[in-house]
Design a protein around this ligand. Sequence first.
Ligand code: ARG
Length: 577
Amino acid sequence: MDYKSVIAENISKVTELPEDQIFKLIETPPQKDLGDFAFPCFILAKSLHKAPAMISEELAGNESLTYNGMFSVKNAGPYLNFYIDRSNYAADTITRINEAGDKFGAAEDGKGQNVIVEFSSPNIAKPFHVGHAFTTILGNSLSRIYDRLGYNVIRMNHLGDYGTQFGKLITAYRLWGDKDALDNDPITELLRIYVKFHEEAKKDPSLDDTARENFKKLEDGCPEEVELWQKFRDMSLVVFNKLYDRMGVAFDNYNGESFYSDKIPAVVDMLKSKNLLVESEGAQVVMLDEYKLPPCIILKSDGTTIYASRDLAAVLYRKETYDFNKNIYVVGTPQALHFKQVFSVLKKAGYDFADDCVHVGFGLVKFKDMVFSTREGNIVLLEDLLDAAVAKTREVIEENAKQRGQDMSEEEISDIAEKVGIGAVIYTYVKSGREKDIVFSWEEMLNFNGNSAPYLMYTYARIRSIMRKAKDAGLTPSSDTEVLGTLTGDDAYSVISALSGFEADVKKAAAVYEPFIISRSLFETASAFNSFYNNCRILGDDIDVKDSEARLALCEAVANVLKSGLYLLGIETVERM
Ligand code: ARG
């Protein structure tokens, strides 16, 4: 529950306008004397055949809109203004948050509904670069958000582990592979021989024929080829899993492209039986003119399958296996056309669950003040970015500890640097709308006073430190409604209004697949809290115990929301830093 939703719900009951429509119309007035929320009544004029000002006057007299005294309601011209009772507001918000603890925001909206989140999906034998990190971080966050809202989430990693390039790799490995190098650093070695293959094939085109034959053998299940492919796949996964572990990411399965390859003939048969396959320049395609899209190729002229056919097989398998209510693909925006085609083929074939499939795209990754020695062509590896961020963070943590005279063990510093450094990287991916390109800059990422993970994590750690001091002083956060009701000052009120929006923000983030709605909410909360902290003392001999305990409860609520929200973004908190 948040207040805007409560107001929308109540107005909806009285006016019969849909709640979400009302929710969108509710404004925050520019001046406090006009209330905390305002509803413009223009929308009702037509259906009620009355002037908006008259409608607002009538509504202002309706008892049920006060929500048991939580609001007072006044009309001002065409507006209906809602004034929150700060005392009730404070007590109610803080109590609800602290009762829920660091899982605050959890809901049962998704009970009994299955949601597939497909994310990460790197290509086997290729380096894991900063672009893959975008889908990994976004997908991990969306999975956590849906999970917290009560959906049954299935996390899928649709590995790029199939296709003609594996024929090339097998060929290259037999010719130039170095077993020790493969064991030491599999992806670098696989990339080396893959690049070499392309160089050599320019001089000797017969290599391409060998590669094709080897891929054919792989498709036919010949043991030697399958064994090599399996080895490349397993070794790549070891490397990827290290990164996933480091970032707290996990999957329910790794059914990649290879998994679906034997399910394609059934797709072809289905499309044939529905008369959807036509021949075009030797290939078998589905025409999508009615969707204003280019044809979707199902079988190439040589009869081999392609990316789109594997995706069709995959989505049919997913529907059958998981009976999903929603099937989310977190994949870069350049693949938007591909997904439109796949979903349209489904639709054309009469599968209405096409409408439950969503492509969640995202922008590009750029760098401002960072230089990486790019081991592999022009791409920046995620591992290098993480290592650099952790090293930089470590410098800052060490410096801060020295200045504040904190004594921290080597182990603690390493642990904090790892969590804060990785948090800083993750946060950069989720702090703006996902369609925007992101620009990495050390200055912004590690700014302990700006919109960054270190700032939010530091705010959390600061509260934890206050809590430890309070405990030593024999103080506990209050849970007494009357005591909490004293938190009515402007500073406390700003914190409470930021806190009270969190639940609705989690739902909004899920609805539009935008974790940044949560990061924005956390930044607002942390900023409001830090002003409160600067203006109101929490502990001290000269402070009344009840005041201290009320403020401690507010601190605790902020810590709970920060921890819950950071978790939803994929970021771990630390107890001090
Ligand atoms: N492996 C692909 C790539 O790295 C992404 C796969 C996206 N998922 C899908 N179902 N097609 O570009």
